[in-house]
Design a protein around this ligand. Structure first.
Ligand SMILES: Nc1ncnc2c1ncn2[C@@H]1O[C@H](COP(=O)(O)OP(=O)(O)O)[C@@H](O)[C@H]1O
Ligand SMILES: Nc1ccn([C@H]2C[C@H](O)[C@@H](COP(=O)(O)OP(=O)(O)O)O2)c(=O)n1
Ligand SMILES: [Mg+2]
Length: 219
């Protein structure tokens, strides 16, 4: 399965990467932006691998969860709603999340972005397309068994309100019900690159590296 996705992605790189990004959330003067969505269940290692991709390939990492958590601590009008939603393991209304992502893209000088933990539902996906006007260039999916994800989340130790067994169980249900359809959608469009997210961080990064190395080789 991975080989088929890989080929499609290679074709996408070779034909589409230099296309101007008409209608994108681009800053004036930009020629193109390269957008990668990074998906996977809670604890699948999205954030960890995004850090590695940033270090090696110079992307800007935008974590939807981090942007939402920042809203909570900055006492914004939506803070209490966001906190409750996250505690319950549910999805924040798309309008809020898309606005935060859009603002972060606009205020960045970079032209390549990893959007981590988004879209988490069809509603998220459609709202992004409506506001931004385009699809992502490709989508990484970190595929990890549930028991491994639960173990990682419960050991995460970052003081997150959602890193407890009750919330993670709910998050796994939400992931299956709402995020898997998005993953299927991108798979059918030939945009999905599925990564085996088991093993050490280094082993996983060696599966991710060729995807971005191919992209750099084309630049
Ligand atoms: N390959 C791995 N093996 C074991 N633990 C990992 C691995 N990758 C990440 N972790 C740890 O698992 C937890 C969840 O990782 P994180 O990157 O936050 O995942 P996500 O963003 O998908 O929820 C973190 O504590 C992280 O240090
Ligand atoms: N697109 C998104 C992303 C995150 N959220 C909320 C709901 C999620 O359970 C929390 C945490 O997301 P985050 O991506 O930080 O979580 P993980 O890194 O996968 O553990 O934030 C959201 O409502 N919509
Ligand atoms: Mg994360």
């Amino acid at each position: 399965m991975r080989a088929a996705y890989g080929l499609k992605i290679w074709q996408a790189f070779s034909t589409e990467i230099f296309k101007p990004a008409e209608g994108r959330l681009s800053n004036p003067g930009r020629t193109h932006q390269f957008i990668t969505f990074v998906l996977g269940g809670p604890g699948s290692g999205k954030g960890t691998q995004c850090t590695r991709i940033v270090e090696t390939f110079g992307f800007t990492h935008l974590s939807a969860g981090d942007l939402l958590r920042k809203e909570i601590t900055s006492n914004s009008e939506n803070g209490a709603m966001i906190l409750n939603t996250i505690k319950e393991g549910k999805i924040v209304p798309s309008e809020v999340t898309v606005k935060l992502i859009g603002k972060a893209i606009k205020s960045s000088e970079n032209d390549r972005f990893l959007i981590d933990g988004f879209p988490r539902s069809e509603e998220n996906r459609v709202a992004y397309e409506r506001v931004v006007g385009t699809e992502p260039d490709f989508v990484l999916f970190f595929d990890c068994p549930e028991e491994e994800m639960v173990k990682r989340v419960l050991n995460r130790n970052q003081g997150r309100v959602d890193d407890n067994i009750f919330t993670v169980k709910e998050r796994l249900k939400v992931f299956t019900a709402l995020n898997l359809p998005v993953i299927k959608y991108y798979s059918e469009k030939g945009k999905l690159y599925k990564i085996d997210a088991t093993g050490t961080e280094d082993e996983i990064f060696e599966r991710v590296r060729p995807v971005f190395a191919a992209l750099r080789a084309k630049n």
